[in-house]
Design a protein around this ligand. Structure first.
Ligand code: PMP
Length: 423
């Protein structure tokens, strides 16, 4: 199949032919697990959205190899540093204070690439966390619970200082390679997956039909702006499986025809995503996706989600909450507030309720922060002015990681009390 690294929509950062989330298609045989990162699907929400007139599409980062959106930044922060010559397996010890999904993603990528990894985390984190990280061969350093994440951060710095040049701290809250991977992969995936354009391997019939729609749209209706803008990318057409003569002429003629037709600002509503909703932890996901998507469609609205109990982005005081992964209690450097059009506050209780509903009514087992994001998406989608709009909501993680947390605590307790039915 075509080398996906050549597509114009797939921004290349590192000169590697492959990496996470090569658009359009997964490799049939991945060279290692990191090639399976990204390229996650969208699924329509059908039953939790009653009363919501907008179409809500969930982007399942829960389907990453280690089941969270953090797999992308683990790959990106390590690979970009490698490409700059700052780190190498066997030489560098990677260090990060993290109790969460970033630690698990880093442990996976470090294992696949042969890096030594030291993670510092408070002793209060669940036993499953410790086991999971150890399973990948990561070194864990526990810090006292009373000092919280601050204690883990101080310990990580102490380790880096003691190791000198050998050590490399990834620093997800400020590392620019965090938002960068979302600008280069997550954002483009959302764009291409919501534009209704013909995919690689669509064949000549699909291609011809598409051409008619695009040209009629652009020339007469004026509504084909979104389709047209993408269709005019020569690189895209090089991906389509066309018969001989068209294979040569299409990539040359289509951009020419498009440039002759009245050019329409891509901010005119096309079929693509209208509203992007997602939680803010480091801010990397929402910042990177917003940068890409607003570049393609200036009318796109972004909705950043934070815990009601710790609504720091809204200017409130930080506070304890149960929505792991979002609501860090400060505004991280990787959260570009100018990219967020609206902030939605969702309580821990609402988030947990929605995550449970998603499992029961949609068959989607997701984490607590996914419940928060979907709650916000439905709120926004229920406004009359957003009827028929297309909302994409980020689902950052899979529910199985939360079996012993407040999300499924009662089920866990009930399960532990169960007895056999035969006596
Ligand atoms: N939810 C979960 C479960 C997460 O692990 C994260 C990442 N910390 C997020 C949401 C938010 O992502 P980001 O750090 O990119 O803002």
């Amino acid at each position: 199949s075509a080398n996906r690294g050549t597509t114009s929509t797939n921004a290349q950062s590192n000169g590697h032919a492959r990496g996470p989330s090569m658009l359009f298609e997964r490799p049939k045989v991945a060279n290692d697990v990191t090639e399976l990162i990204g390229n996650t699907p969208l699924v329509r929400l059908n039953r939790v959205t009653v009363g919501c007139q907008a179409e809500v599409l969930a982007k399942l980062e829960s389907m990453e190899p280690c089941n969270s959106v953090k797999d992308r930044i683990a790959y990106s922060m390590i690979t970009e540093a490698e490409n700059r010559g700052e780190i190498a397996p066997g030489k560098t010890v990677l260090v990060e204070p993290t109790s969460g999904n970033t630690g698990i993603g880093l442990a996976m990528v470090a294992a696949a690439k042969g890096y030594e990894l030291i993670l510092t985390m408070p002793e209060s984190m669940s036993m499953e966390r410790r086991v999971l990280l150890k399973a990948f061969g990561a070194n864990l350093v526990l810090t006292v619970a009373s000092k919280g994440m601050k204690g883990a951060i101080a310990k990580a710095q102490e380790i880096v200082d003691s190791l000198g040049d050998k050590a490399f701290m990834l620093q997800q809250f400020e590392n620019p390679d965090n938002p960068k991977i979302h600008l280069e992969t997550t954002g483009p995936e959302i764009w291409t997956d919501t534009d209704g354009e013909v995919r690689q391997g669509g064949g000549a019939e699909a291609w011809l039909l598409h051409m008619v729609v695009v040209l009629v749209g652009r020339l007469f209706v004026g509504g084909g702006s979104g389709l047209g803008s993408l269709s005019c990318k020569p690189g895209l057409w090089a991906e389509v499986d066309l018969p001989g003569p068209l294979r040569w002429s299409a990539p040359r003629l289509i951009p020419l025809l498009c440039s002759l037709s009245p050019s329409l600002p891509s901010s005119l509503s096309g079929p693509q995503v209208d509203i992007l909703v997602g939680g803010v932890g480091t801010g990397g996901t929402m910042t990177g996706c917003a940068q890409y998507l607003k570049g393609r469609k200036s009318s796109l609205i972004t909705v950043a989600v934070e815990p009601r109990e710790s609504a720091v982005l809204s200017g409130d005081q930080p506070g304890p909450h149960k929505i792991q992964g979002i609501g860090a209690g400060f505004v991280p450097r990787n959260a570009d507030m100018s990219m967020f059009d609206e902030i939605q506050q969702v309580s821990s209780e609402e988030s947990i309720d929605m995550a449970r509903e998603l499992a029961k009514k949609e068959g989607l087992l997701v984490g607590i922060s996914s419940g928060a994001a979907v709650t916000a998406a439905i709120r926004v989608g229920s406004r009359p002015e957003n009827a028929n709009k297309k909302i994409v909501v980020i689902i950052p993680s899979f529910g199985e990681r939360y079996l012993s947390t407040a999300l499924f605590q009662t089920l866990w307790d009930d399960a532990a009390k169960m007895v056999t039915s035969d006596s």
